[in-house]
Design a protein around this ligand. Structure first.
Ligand SMILES: [Zn+2]
Length: 191
């Protein structure tokens, strides 16, 4: 698998450094073989040029799998089907190419995996990345999903799953009026 150092975009916005601990179990993520996922939600305020990180976190793969196993089977299958049918492989040639070249992050996160929209054309998006210790991996991740695709995915989820995602966000991402307004009912954490 190809990898690089952790790019700036996937460092913690809050600290400017790599994420140190799993948001759920507090495991040390800096150990060389510790496998973990990073997610960030970013929003552009209308009328402003600035981008704002709405939330960010890293969780170890064990916690991610544990959480996913608690979601309803129907929701997980719907999401998998959505990704299988909506991702246009021909638009993501770099992602699926076997090569020794150093991967270019912008090929992965500047356009929505589903809609192909450029991040500059959208109001909000989420980025996902995967690391092992201090290595940033190029496999199924990294990718970017725009707000429009997030809406579509949320519509596939059962009420029970949406409640569970809300519960996760409330517990681990903290109560934030901004989060409530922005992602209520369609949080894609851990998916
Ligand atoms: Zn964990």
């Amino acid at each position: 698998m190809r990898y690089t150092d952790i790019p700036k975009e996937f460092l913690s916005y809050e600290t400017g450094e790599a994420f140190q601990n799993c948001k759920i179990c507090d495991r040390d993520l800096t150990q060389p073989e510790t496998h973990y996922i990073i997610e960030k939600a970013i929003r552009k305020y209308t009328g402003y040029k600035a981008w704002d990180v709405v939330f960010e976190y890293a969780i170890c793969i064990n916690c991610a799998e544990g959480f996913r196993s608690e979601l309803s089977k129907e929701s997980v299958e719907s999401i998998e089907k959505y990704f299988m049918t909506k991702v246009d492989v021909s638009k993501h040639t770099d992602r699926f190419r076997v090569t020794d070249e150093e991967p270019d992050l912008s090929n992965y996160t500047s356009q929505c995996l589903i809609k192909g929209l450029d991040r500059n054309e959208v109001e909000e998006y989420q980025i996902y990345g995967e690391c092992k210790g201090n290595k940033f991996l190029y496999g199924n991740m990294p990718y970017m999903i725009c707000g429009q695709a997030m809406d579509e995915i949320a519509q596939l989820l059962s009420d029970k799953t949406l409640d569970e995602l809300d519960g996760f966000a409330g517990k681990y991402l903290g109560p934030s009026p901004e989060l409530e307004g922005l992602f209520k009912g369609r949080k894609l954490v851990l998916i």
